[in-house]
Write a protein that binds this ligand. Structure first.
Ligand SMILES: [Zn+2]
Length: 257
């Protein structure tokens, strides 16, 4: 499978997935159709499938135009997003497969950012939408801190260390600055911030990251780090330092960063 990153809107990423055995393609989160159509034409592939990670407009707004142009697309989303994802034809429930061309994938249900958020998984490659960002996570619009903690630290964290994680927005530099604010002595974060700043100032993207890198640099996957616990305690002296509560506090600090 070949993966092409397509920058959309201000800071969104869509991804074109090409089954190299069949030249059939799927697109993850087409927030707008035009740049996706350009890439499909450049690659000379046949779009058969849309994979929506959740229902927010900046992940689904290209669905109808793509479906009008290419016709009869399979449009995937979680079953609980019925009525919220334009043109949805596939309603994912536990155990379902996600297929296009000869590619066989699975999904993880990741409530937190939204109730129907999913991560698509094809072997050592995963598409996390707005659940996991490099060094960060999405805002909790429809879920609790405990749900989002589980989505990141149980569901996604259950994948192999060398899984490549393709995320929904280029927020990495700002996320790393927040990560440093709660864990200033973490050398991995310092190094990654330098590397990502250089990358972004030369017009490149920071996607994908890997699960191994996230375990070292993402504060929302480091709720047991001694430095983060000390930071949380300094902000809330009565804090019980339970992992899900640490997660909640980090998310609140990030909201106000
Ligand atoms: Zn979103």
């Amino acid at each position: 499978m070949k993966i092409i990153t397509i920058p959309c809107l201000q800071d969104n990423f869509a991804y074109l997935l090409i089954c190299t055995k069949t030249q059939q393609a799927a697109v993850v989160d087409p927030s707008e159709a035009t740049p996706v159509i350009s890439e499909i034409e450049r690659q000379g592939v046949k779009l058969t499938t849309i994979l929506n990670t959740h229902h927010h407009w900046d992940h689904v707004d290209g669905n109808q135009e793509l479906n009008a142009k290419y016709a009869d697309l399979f449009i995937y989303g979680h079953e609980s997003d019925r009525g919220r994802i334009p043109g949805q034809t596939e309603f994912l429930k536990c155990g379902d497969e996600v297929n296009f061309g000869k590619q066989r994938g699975t999904f993880l249900h990741n409530p937190g950012h939204t109730s129907g958020a999913v991560t698509y998984v094809f072997g050592k490659t995963a598409f996390t939408g707005d659940t996991l960002f490099a060094a960060g996570c999405g805002r909790l619009f429809e879920g609790t801190p405990a749900q989002m903690h589980d989505s990141l630290n149980v569901q996604i964290s259950g994948l192999a260390d060398d899984t490549e994680l393709y995320f929904g927005h280029e927020y990495t530099e700002a996320n790393l600055r927040f990560a440093l604010s709660v864990e200033s002595r973490n050398a991995e974060i310092q190094h990654k911030l330098e590397a990502v700043s250089a990358l972004c100032s030369s017009g490149k993207f920071s996607t994908p990251t890997t699960l191994a890198e996230e375990r070292l640099t993402n504060p929302f996957m480091r709720c047991t780090s001694a430095e983060i616990l000390a930071c949380v305690k300094s902000k809330e002296p009565d804090h019980n330092l339970e992992e899900e509560e640490v997660f909640r506090t980090l998310r609140e600090l990030k909201n106000n960063f």
